[in-house]
Design a binder for this molecule. Structure first.
Ligand code: FEO
Ligand code: CA
Ligand code: CA
Ligand code: CA
Length: 593
């Protein structure tokens, strides 16, 4: 039924079964806009065989595009013809980043140069985009074009800055760190800066067992799942070796504020927002104009947090408002069975957060926010991913992507807010707060994902594993899915096909499938131009190999990078590349109508 009952005016599309391309509804087009390896300004071009150097990579788009936002030019305007697109590059496909493989496939040729290239492929890209003759293009050269990587110097601010937890041999003051890592999604501050969230930072540090630290410290590391690395950076960059530098890991798991309008500005990690696996940051304002930042901790049985600034924002633009993210209170959510909830403050000296319980000071509480939240009795959730705030409703929406461990073994069982044991398909919870300064809230399960036969409650096209979200100015909740790459197109997940993006009327729940991605990818990150006539969407890790293809003998390697996908270039010597795609309507109209 393509007749709109409300906000959604497009004809929904079917699920995509292993098609190696993007599909959008009739009347729409999707074009590849900015791929891994494309220069952010007038830097070097991508080499199809991935032979670009670390120095090249430092001037090119990183890998694994994720959260993204749009910053109109000039600053403070609502211009829909010119702006900056800022996006995260979350992690790497180690079989694709180098010409001949990483420490996993080619341990003998692993080198400091390879480590540096891997580090330069992380972080954030800023590109200048302009609509010329009705068509959005990347401006090259651009004075704004910029890469922020895992080696970019950053300031550390807030209550944990300068504390003993943050000090290292290389930075005895505990005020400066090199780089940002595993930047999943992001936030856009009301004053026009970008927050790059650091999610699975644990995956970069290793040798915890060899470190000479107390048993208390070891427990804290366990709580953050620290100890083993997917990368091999410690071989050439010792700060990632926990036995050699046990505190470096405390300098990740934060949110880094970046001013995209000032290409020479130094990013600042804001420690008042707490240290955990930050998915994204959603902003609201209290009735007295104080700043509220919501953020989920994406791991099984982790929590939902919000931060409320002490001071009000004066409504003006510019990075000088950053101190609002340094002085405030961080809370964690407790969701009660009756649909009410409470925000519990992570304030040292209050409740259980005292020296008697092992918390030395406020810096300790923030560096070890997960342990503080445990002590407060926060509600364990089914992997809190993105949080999105609605422009008119007094609500934020939280995607809870899945949690197959709920109810198994010693794990907690289903509750009202996480109502399914062995939660394969995830759900979305809405939190309602008339004034986000309040410490009490109401909440409701907005949708249980999956089909009706799975107990799903979706009104329309089905999906599983909700993750990325955007609520546009019309009140359409755009939901992006992240069924784990190996599970795509098979077993319990077969009927959902490739990962996808849906449009949901946030008031009624009506749901229509809008976009399906290429083989093996996740869809994550989306932003519209202010006039809503351009939608940029990020396609992450195309070319991952679902088990259903592995069973047919499809195997990817540095020598065979195109095993499952050759999107987007379909070049005979190419390789799959994460990319931003630009979606527009043939008639130039508003997206989703
Ligand atoms: Fe990077 Fe939780 O997704
Ligand atoms: Ca995600
Ligand atoms: Ca995910
Ligand atoms: Ca991802």
């Amino acid at each position: 039924d393509s007749v709109s009952k409300g906000l959604l005016g497009f004809q929904s599309i079917p699920v995509s079964h292993l098609l190696d391309d993007i599909v959008v509804p009739p009347g729409y087009q999707a074009e590849v806009f900015f791929r891994w390896g494309d220069p952010v300004s007038d830097g070097p071009e991508f080499q199809m065989d991935a032979s670009n150097s670390a120095a090249d990579q430092a001037l090119q788009a990183g890998m694994h595009h994720d959260g993204m936002d749009f910053y109109a030019l000039p600053r403070g305007s609502n211009n829909s013809d010119h702006g900056l697109l800022v996006m995260n590059h979350e992690y790497l496909d180690l079989q694709l980043i180098h010409n001949d493989g990483s420490h996993l496939d080619s341990p003998d040729s692993y080198s400091a140069d390879k480590v540096l290239k891997e580090q330069q492929a992380h972080g954030v890209s800023v590109i200048e985009v302009k609509k010329i003759d009705g068509h959005w293009q990347i401006q090259r050269p651009s004075t704004y074009g910029r890469r922020i990587t895992a080696t970019t110097p950053m300031q550390i601010s807030g209550p944990a800055a300068g504390s003993d937890w943050i000090k290292t041999a290389a930075d005895p003051q505990g005020l400066k760190v090199l780089g940002t890592l595993n930047n999943c999604a992001h936030g856009k501050t009301p004053w026009g800066t970008y927050l790059a969230c650091e999610e699975n930072f644990n995956g970069y540090f290793t040798n915890a067992e060899q470190a000479e630290v107390s048993s208390v410290q070891r427990l804290r590391w366990q709580r953050y799942h620290l100890g083993r690395s997917y990368y091999g950076w410690q071989q050439f960059d010792t700060r990632f070796d926990m036995a050699k530098e046990p505190n470096e890991v405390n300098r990740f798991g934060w949110m880094a504020e970046i001013d995209p309008y000032q290409p020479d500005s130094m990013p600042i990690k804001r420690t008042a927002l707490g240290r955990f696996a930050h998915e994204n940051a959603a902003f609201r304002l209290t009735r007295d104009q104080r700043v509220v930042v919501y953020s989920g901790d994406d791991a099984r049985f982790e929590y939902i947090y919000k931060y409320v600034s002490h001071e009000a924002w004066d409504g003006t633009q510019g990075s000088h408002h950053g101190h609002l993210l340094d002085n405030g209170v961080l809370y964690v959510a407790q969701l009660h069975e009756d649909g009410s909830g409470q925000w519990l403050p992570l304030v040292w000296g209050q409740g259980p957060l005292t020296a008697d319980n092992g918390f030395a000071d406020q810096a300790d509480v923030l560096v070890h926010a997960r342990l503080a939240a445990d002590a407060l009795g926060a509600t364990p959730m089914d992997r809190p991913e993105w949080i999105a705030s609605h422009p008119e409703l007094d609500s934020v929406f939280v995607s809870l992507t899945n949690n197959v461990q709920r109810g198994s073994g010693d794990n907690v069982s289903a509750d009202a807010a996480n109502p399914r044991n062995h939660n394969l398909y995830g759900h979305i919870v809405r939190i309602d707060e008339a004034d986000p300064a309040a410490l009490n809230f109401g909440w409701e399960v907005f949708a249980l994902a999956g089909g009706e036969e799975d107990g799903g409650t979706i009104d329309g096209d089905i999906y599983a594993c909700p993750d990325g979200m955007l609520i546009d100015d019309r009140g359409v909740l755009w939901v992006q899915t992240d069924i784990a790459d190996r599970q795509l197109n098979s077993g319990d997940y077969a009927k959902f096909g490739n990962n996808q993006m849906l449009a949901v009327d946030a008031r009624t729940g009506e749901t229509r499938r809008f976009l399906t991605g290429p083989v093996g990818c996740e869809i994550t990150g989306a932003v519209m131009a202010p006039d809503m006539k351009a939608l940029w969407v990020n396609i992450q890790h195309p070319g991952s190999v679902p088990d259903v293809l592995r069973a047919q003998g499809v195997e990817k390697s540095p020598q065979n990078p195109r095993a499952s996908s050759n999107w987007p270039d379909h070049h005979p010597q190419g390789r799959p590349r994460s990319a931003t795609v630009l979606v527009t309507k043939h008639d130039g109209g508003v997206i989703g109508t």
